[in-house]
Design a protein around this ligand. Structure first.
Ligand code: FES
Length: 202
């Protein structure tokens, strides 16, 4: 289960840089007059990207003003969805899926490895500050379980040895290769396709 933790250390202020101000205005323009609040999720996402992958309270207040809506409503959205980080995360942010298909195929061994190699508790930075991890619900790649997400990429068909190498790389500031770690193409069988052979792009 993912755990939400709001950082005790907060910056005093936040505002979009000029590129993100333009991006936010473009998104708002997609909605009818008076419905600009519908852009709140997209603006929170932009704020997170701008702020090293986490959203400070100052950013929520800024977005509330930007969209002319109550701060508490922005806060409710930001604290509800697990995609928003409310405290600093590592440059390599691990999300370990522990929902049933991944759990049955060893996800908790991956969690134990994260505990021993990254940080004892989830949502804490590794000693060198490079990595952090958290448990999450199904990431929609169950057929390639167990799997994790690091930043925007999926790492699939894992086991402890494979994850150990991945963690070692990220601790050294190297970006590991994404995708299946058993050489599969997407979710096709390991030893080649056996059905729908008559279709090129099946
Ligand atoms: S259960 Fe892990 S990706 Fe679905």
């Amino acid at each position: 289960m993912s755990v939400k933790k709001i950082s005790k250390e907060q910056p005093n202020s936040f505002e979009f840089n000029s590129k993100n101000t333009d991006a936010a205005k473009k998104i708002i323009a997609n909605y009818p007059e008076g419905k600009q609040q519908s852009a709140v999720m997209a603006l929170l996402f932009i704020a997170q990207r701008q702020n090293n992958n986490w959203i400070p309270l100052a950013a929520m207040k800024y977005i509330a003003k930007f969209l002319d809506m109550p701060y508490i409503k922005v806060y409710e959205v930001a604290t509800f969805y697990s995609m928003y980080n409310l405290a600093p995360v590592g440059k390599f942010f691990y999300q370990v899926c522990t929902t049933t298909p991944c759990m049955l195929r060893g996800a908790y061994k991956l969690v134990d490895l994260c505990k021993s190699k990254i940080s004892k508790k989830e949502n804490e930075l590794s000693e060198n500050g490079n990595c952090s991890w958290m448990e999450v619900e199904c990431l929609g790649a169950c057929v390639n379980s167990p799997m994790i997400q690091i930043n925007d990429d999926y790492y699939e068909d894992l086991d402890e040895k494979k994850l150990e190498k991945i963690i070692d790389q990220t601790l050294k500031n190297e970006t590991p290769k994404a995708g299946s770690y058993r050489g599969r193409f997407n979710s096709e069988p390991e030893n080649g396709r056996k059905t729908l052979m008559g279709f090129k792009n099946a």
